[in-house]
Design a protein around this ligand. Structure first.
Ligand code: DC
Length: 222
C-alpha cells in the first residue's frame, strides 16, 4: 500500500466514526465512512423498489451509485449527496442502518462496492472505519484498530446521541436494535465483523472518546 492507512472496525454505536474523524483531522488524512456507502446504497435500492433477490440489478445499482461526500465550508460536517440530493439526515436513521446491514450481507454487493472504498486511499493517508476495513478492504493497512464495548454502553451512547439531536429514544428498544444488527453483521458469510489478526483491540466500555483517541493516536505516531 503506497499511502499510510489506519483501519477502525467495530460494532454499531462503538464510536468508530467520532474517533476516525478526530484522528483524520489530527493527521490531515482523508476519511472513509464505509457505513455511509452501504447506507446510501440501501437508500438507492429502496427508492428504486427493486427485488433485492435480483443480484444483477443490485450490482448495476452499486456500480453506478451516484454518491458524493462534500465537506461543508468552515466545518467538519460532511454532507452526503445521492443522485444529486442531500441525504445526510435520512442516511443516519436506524431504519437506514438496518436496511444497510441486511443488504451488506450479499456477497456480490460487497464486491461491487470494494473498489469505490479502496479508491479513498490517496495521499497523504487514510482513516477508514467500518466492519471489514482491516480484514478485507485494506488488508495490508499499516495501522489497524478494533473497537469494542458492551452492548449496554453502546445503546446508552446512542440514546445520548439521539437526545443531543433533540430526538427521543427508548433504551430497551435501542439495545435490541444494536444487538440485532451486531448479530447479523458478525454472523454473515461475506466479510463478517471481526477483528483483524493484527489489530489493536480496545475495549472502550469504560473509556471516554478522548481516551480512545489518545490510544489510537499513539499507535499511529509510534
Ligand atoms: O457503520 P454503520 O452503522 O454506518 O453501518 C451500517 C451498516 O452497513 C452496518 O450495520 C453493516 C454495513 N457495513 C458493512 O457491512 N461493512 C462496512 N465496512 C460498513 C458497514
Amino acid at each position: 500500500m503506497s499511502v499510510p492507512v489506519l483501519t477502525i472496525d467495530g460494532p454499531s454505536g462503538v464510536g468508530k466514526g467520532s474517533v476516525a474523524r478526530i484522528i483524520a483531522q489530527q493527521q490531515g488524512w482523508n476519511l472513509l465512512d464505509s457505513g455511509a456507502i452501504y447506507r446510501a446504497f440501501a437508500l438507492a435500492v429502496d427508492s428504486r423498489a427493486v427485488d433485492i433477490a435480483d443480484e444483477v440489478v443490485l450490482v448495476e445499482i452499486a456500480t453506478n451509485l451516484d454518491l458524493e461526500f462534500k465537506t461543508q465550508e468552515g466545518s467538519e460536517l460532511v454532507s452526503v449527496y445521492l443522485d444529486g440530493k442531500e441525504v445526510s439526515s435520512i442516511l443516519r436513521t436506524e431504519k437506514t442502518g438496518e436496511m444497510a446491514s441486511k443488504i451488506a450481507a450479499i456477497g456480490v454487493v460487497r464486491s461491487a462496492l470494494l473498489k469505490r472504498q479502496q479508491d479513498f486511499a490517496v495521499a497523504p493517508g487514510l482513516v477508514a472505519d467500518g466492519r471489514d476495513m482491516g480484514t478485507v478492504v485494506f488488508k495490508e493497512a499499516e495501522f489497524k484498530v478494533y473497537l469494542s464495548a458492551s452492548s449496554d454502553a453502546r445503546a446508552n451512547r446512542r440514546l445520548k446521541q439521539l437526545q443531543a439531536q433533540g430526538h427521543e429514544g427508548i433504551i430497551s428498544q435501542i439495545l435490541a436494535e444494536v444487538e440485532a444488527r451486531d448479530a447479523r453483521d458478525s454472523s454473515r458469510k461475506h466479510s463478517p465483523l471481526k477483528p483483524a489478526k493484527d489489530a489493536l483491540i480496545i475495549d472502550t466500555t469504560e473509556l471516554s472518546l478522548m481516551e480512545v483517541v489518545a490510544q489510537v493516536s499513539e499507535l499511529v505516531k509510534a
